[in-house]
Design a protein around this ligand. Sequence first.
Ligand code: NAD
Length: 485
Amino acid sequence: MTHPAQPKASHFINGEYVEDTAGTPIPVIYAATGEQIATVHAATPAIVEQALSTAKAAQKAWARMTGTERGRILRRAANIMRERNHDLSVLETYDTGKPLQETLVADATSGADALEYFGGLAASLTGEHIPLGEDWVYTKREALGLCVGIGAWNYPTQIACWKGAPALACGNSMVFKPSETTPLCALKVAEILIEAGAPAGVFNVVQGMGEVGGALVTDPRVDKVSLTGSVPTGKKVYAAAAEGMKHVTMELGGKSPLIIFDDADIDNAVGGAINGNFYSSGQVCSNGTRVFVQKGIKEKFLARLAERTGNAILGDPMDEATSFGPMVTENQMNIVLGYIEKGKEEGARLICGGRRADMDGYFIEPTVFADVTDDMTIAREEIFGPVMSVLDFDTEEEVVARANDTEFGLSAGVFTKDFTRAHRVIGNLEAGSCFINSYNDAPVEAPFGGVKASGVGRENSKEAIKHFSQVKSVYVRMGDVEAAF
Ligand code: NAD
């Protein structure tokens, strides 16, 4: 019997499901059991061509609609997503392995927030009038044209919406390629947009690996590329986009610092560290994986952290009591287990976890290392799994310098009751998305993105509009033209 997660076909182009079985088969494996639940096919060159030419053809008419009309469609799509939240959350769980307890509140809901927010902004995208004596300049905020979105595997619904909603609000069309690891959810987003009234062709989904991504990025018809992925992929995609002078948004990896001063409320700080390391089994780009704890509270912090981490419930992700799911793939599990071994070898002290869980699927116990030093591999490289490194520090000046000593700059957090210090420390940290006495909140109203190797551009908020539109300025002369000859 066909599994309910199996989509009707691999791709969604021009308002309908499209198949081309000549493409390389991509198995979809449910991470909680290891069983294959669906198959899709990578896009062939013919499918890529179909998606790009459709999106190119649909864009102009979409941009000519009023912002109010475009916004209404996006908001309708948001409503449909909310109505179907349960089914979409189950699919997200099949796609990623994340527990339903999380997907019910963090995926389709976050996607709906983006559709609603950018739907609301669509009618407000105006230019300005600049008086120059009797002449004047006016500006228009225009669409970029055809945008390509490329997603990572940790938030397949959310990433499709965080890219699709602002792109469409501004009058662009999009071809979206989900990660080959999680190909299912973006198809539902495309389906829902059509149901909400989006013209066929404005949001298309094609499947495939890096090769398909590369074909999309290098196509001369494409005006913008928005990637969520790792730094090495980001460097390749950014370079390929530069070749065609295309706009980019790069949402890449991190190794973010979470700094806990000894005046912090211990339970809140422990809660922040748990949210910043173990949500989605640690597969979150903005995670605060370098937890710097001031020496005075170190042992107390570790004891409370170990106690609360012990309350994680590993198990069937479809059981809403389960609070901790598997790694997305066997490969990702092995990478993370490799880092755990490195942590042990390099002398970090294992506080809890540190092993594959004794059950089906790709589960790793939530793992905490203490006495981690700045030069250890687990403190330098993005692990993308449930491995927290706790490092000690003495002074504010020292911790800020150490926190900034990394190529990454996605997020940063500070826990302290001293508000002057909190703002000063955040001001000195090299990161794009920061938190004071909290960690990993990502409301659509707030800009999200990194500095340094963690990225270029911002998603969400009004900032995203700037990255999916451009300004045309028009000089209007009222009198005669003076010329030298
Ligand atoms: P990845 O870099 O391996 O792949 C990302 C996407 O890029 C996939 O769809 C992949 O098929 C595609 N791709 C690979 N090579 C390509 C190429 N040459 N040209 C075009 N496309 C190509 O990342 P992943 O393993 O799927 O995801 C994990 C990474 O994503 C982590 O580093 C994580 O930090 C990052 N991430 C960042 C954010 C953010 O918003 N900053 C969010 C989620 C994940």
